[in-house]
Design a protein around this ligand. Structure first.
Ligand SMILES: Cc1ncc(COP(=O)(O)O)c(C=O)c1O
Length: 463
């Protein structure tokens, strides 16, 4: 049996100096009477910077749509949309734009994305909304088409997305029926599951048997079906195939392959290619120490993209999640107990996988730092681990509730706070909040106005 997460031994915990001072300041004390700490801390400024940074490396023909599933906290969505400048363009010297829109997979995500667009209140800008996800129900499709409401200020039906990425022939027919009933035509991209994907990453959705997309060899038939349905306007293809890839050149090859494939298919079928959605999948280095991971080389990627020549009029959509928000969040949980069982040390948190499930979901070591707290009831012995390995577990009644295994700490005491950096992507959103019914983690902003912090799990972070 594989115990997840995998053992981190002999990895040491991060020093508190690896956390931004604002995060530490927020956690250093718990005022008397206040509930135990179980909190996501977010820096929207870090997210804004990541969005602008990626945007500036993409060519003019590209669009950047943030995958809302990675982080749907409204201040983070606002920051991603705004970027580092107040709507000013590159070269003006006052800041850079953020994302061009959002990728959504549910009615709730659509609601959150449209609310962020409304808050931005920029009538001159029309952020793109793209919908993806396997197994879209008729109810969801109707919502994505906006067939229940009137017309929104941006010209599309209120709440409607611009493109629906269709996953199967049945979904095409269902979409067609919804559109026809509303007297509409819906712009559709077909999600392709390629025969082979030469990308490595933590998760692979394409190039192997998964429920995602239409198998490459069945694409011509799906194209023909789409073109025969009156409610469908086939605009292109969608190819989200991997998550967590750190190899910029391989990603460039992948985009090149997607482009060749899309142009060839559209040419053979004789339809006008307008959209190619190449998905997300850009990774972040969770484990530079243990696995020697290095950051995705955006400059190299951008240089390569600049040499690609999509046909005129084709918009290439990038829809990353993790790469834009991993760094902007920290998950912090107070240690309620420290104990030894069968010779091993455990720190038990006011938290766990019902707040932060990512570490148990794949074979990475998600390292943490300890923020020491001095408050402790007078006269009580304070259990601690010093100079040795500890396994950090949650408060749920299952051994699966383990966030880190065998990480060596200088000192970790009951009452201290354990902080996981790089928790901004698939953190709060990915957790199953209801198991056992403990209170959810709170969500707070640490830097409402300025860019202050940046961190990685196993690398030094500038303060
Ligand atoms: C359709 C789709 N697009 C984009 C993403 C974002 O992926 P990543 O966070 O790896 O960039 C996902 C993630 O699951 C997805 O399902």
């Amino acid at each position: 049996m594989l115990d997840l997460p995998v053992s981190a031994a002999p990895l040491r915990a991060l020093g508190p100096d690896r956390l931004p001072p604002r995060v530490v300041a927020r956690l250093r004390h718990r005022p008397a009477g206040r509930a135990e700490t179980a909190l996501y801390l977010y820096s929207p400024a870090v997210a804004a910077r990541a969005a602008s940074d990626l945007r500036r490396h993409l060519p003019e023909w590209a669009e950047l749509c943030f995958a809302v599933k990675a982080n749907s906290f409204p201040p983070v969505l606002d920051a991603l949309l705004a970027g580092t400048g107040p709507g000013t363009g590159p070269g003006t010297g006052t800041g850079l734009p953020g994302v061009d829109g959002f990728e959504v997979s549910s009615a709730r995500e659509l609601e959150l994305a449209t609310a962020a667009i409304a808050r931005a209140g920029d009538p001159g800008r029309r952020p793109r909304l793209v919908a993806s996800g396997p197994g879209k129900s008729e109810t969801l499709l109707r919502t994505l088409l906006g067939t229940s409401g009137g017309r929104g200020s941006a010209g599309r039906a209120a709440g409607a997305v611009d493109v629906v990425n269709a996953e199967s022939p049945l979904e095409l027919r269902r979409l067609d029926a919804c559109a026809a009933r509303a007297g509409q035509r819906v712009a559709v991209a077909l999600r392709v599951n390629p025969a082979r994907v030469r990308l490595t990453g933590a998760l692979r959705m394409g190039g192997r048997p998964t429920a995602f997309g239409i198998e490459e060899r069945e694409v011509p038939a799906a194209v023909e079906l789409a073109r025969s349905l009156p409610g469908i306007e086939l605009v292109g293809f969608h190819m989200h195939a991997v998550s967590g890839n750190l190899d910029a050149l391989a990603h460039l090859d992948y985009v090149r392959w997607c482009l060749d494939f899309a142009v060839r298919q559209a040419g053979e079928a004789g339809f006008d290619l307008r959209v190619l959605d190449v998905g997300g999948g850009l990774g972040v280095p969770f484990e530079p120490d243990r696995r020697g991971e290095r950051p995705f080389d955006l400059a190299l990627f951008g240089d390569g993209l600049a040499r690609l020549r999509p046909p005129a009029g084709v918009r290439v959509i990038f829809e990353p999640g993790r790469a834009l928000v991993a760094d902007c969040g920290w998950y912090a949980a107070e240690v309620t107990d420290v104990k030894r069982v069968h010779g091993e040390a455990f720190a038990v948190l006011r938290g766990g996988i019902h707040h932060f499930q990512l570490p148990t979901s794949w074979e990475i070591v998600h390292n943490f730092a300890v923020v020491p707290r001095e408050e402790w009831p007078a006269g009580w012995p304070r259990p601690e681990v010093t100079g040795g390995p500890v396994t950090v577990v949650g408060e749920l009644c299952t051994p699966e509730d383990t966030l880190a295994r065998d990480v060596t700490v200088d000192r970790l005491r009951a009452g201290d706070v354990v902080v996981f950096p790089m928790a901004g992507a698939y953190g709060y959103e990915f957790a199953m909040h209801e198991f056992l019914g403990h209170p959810r983690a709170g969500r707070v902003v640490v830097d409402p106005t300025t860019a202050t912090s940046h961190s990685t799990v196993n690398c030094p972070a500038p303060g």
